[in-house]
Ligand binder design. Structure first.
Ligand SMILES: Nc1ncnc2c1ncn2[C@@H]1O[C@H](COP(=O)(O)OP(=O)(O)OP(=O)(O)O)[C@@H](O)[C@H]1O
Ligand SMILES: [Mg+2]
Length: 270
């Protein structure tokens, strides 16, 4: 027999599908900030935050929301080489395909962009930009100088390096929007809303304030970690539901199960 926890578990599979987007206090404010920056005469906007803080899903949301009003494009994982990237950019700008074996003439592309000034306003959402090298970033900047193409560059912050303090980001005038881990309230809202969206009312209700606090303690409010932990919690619940139903409590997810999941994911030691 299927366990009721199976559906709950699957709610927390990591996804940047726009249908899974949830309005939270922090995401609404980041969205507004981004939308506001897009309206300003900026060449580049930097979206910054640790992995799993919701940058990609936000970019997808912006692209989806503005697609009828603006010429906006989402570039996901960076192309493995410059050539591929400029082919993609060429296509977006000129609406023409270049033959595979031809290289984009960069200065011609820059001139083309200059010619678009005042005629078109193109917005490119560049995700995972930490993977573009300094040379590429310099070229991207040159294109943005045309003022016909605006870039929103999403970068993830790592523990050991402060990218903003480095190289090209330092001297330029950027508008920076930073995403953070969720507050306790936002994380609890995120978990509940995700479950309610799939009509899992009883399960949503079985995670009360105390459980939410514990989940926040382990994940520090990081959305990706939160997904992992919730997936594992419901995986364990599913196992017990099928094999030892006396160990699950449908009214309230047992604290012990949350701790087992945290142990499994390495948030706590034995
Ligand atoms: N507002 C939101 N609504 C729905 N899901 C969200 C929201 N914010 C974050 N998430 C979820 O959290 C997870 C991590 O988000 P996302 O992949 O966008 O992070 P990221 O900042 O792009 O991480 P990375 O730097 O590793 O690429 C995804 O599964 C995403 O669906
Ligand atoms: Mg991402």
């Amino acid at each position: 027999m299927k366990s009721r926890y199976e559906a709950a578990k699957n709610v927390f599979i990591d996804s940047i599908d726009i249908d899974d987007y949830i309005e939270l206090e922090s995401s609404v404010s980041a969205y507004r900030q981004l939308q506001h920056s897009i309206e300003k005469p900026l060449k580049m906007i930097l979206l910054f935050g640790r992995p799993g803080t919701g940058k990609s899903i936000l970019l997808n949301r912006v692209a989806e929301k503005l697609k009828h009003q603006k010429e906006i494009y989402y570039f996901d994982t960076p192309a493995t080489n410059d050539k591929e990237f400029f082919h993609k950019l060429f296509k977006v700008l000129t609406k023409q395909d270049l033959p595979k074996n031809t290289e984009v003439n960069f200065s011609a592309l820059v001139n083309y962009c200059k010619g678009l000034r005042g005629k078109r306003e193109i917005i490119i959402l560049l995700d995972e930009a930490q993977m573009y090298g300094p040379e590429m970033m310099e070229k991207i900047r040159l294109i943005s100088d045309s003022r016909a193409v605006k870039f929103i560059v999403s970068l993830h912050k790592t523990e050991d390096e402060d990218l903003i303090a480095k190289e090209h980001f330092q001297s330029r005038i950027w508008e920076v929007i930073e995403l953070h881990n969720a507050s306790k309230e936002d994380q609890a809202a995120y978990i509940h809303k995700k479950l309610l969206k799939k009509n899992l009312f009883e399960i949503a209700n079985s995670l009360k304030e105390k459980e939410m606090k514990l989940i926040h303690k382990f994940t520090k409010g990081n959305y990706r970690e939160c997904n992992k932990l919730l997936f594992t919690i419901f995986e364990i619940c599913e196992y017990y539901d099928k094999n030892e139903p006396s160990k699950v409590n449908y009214e309230r997810v047992p604290q012990r199960i949350i701790e087992m999941a945290a142990l499994k994911l390495g948030y706590i030691d034995v």
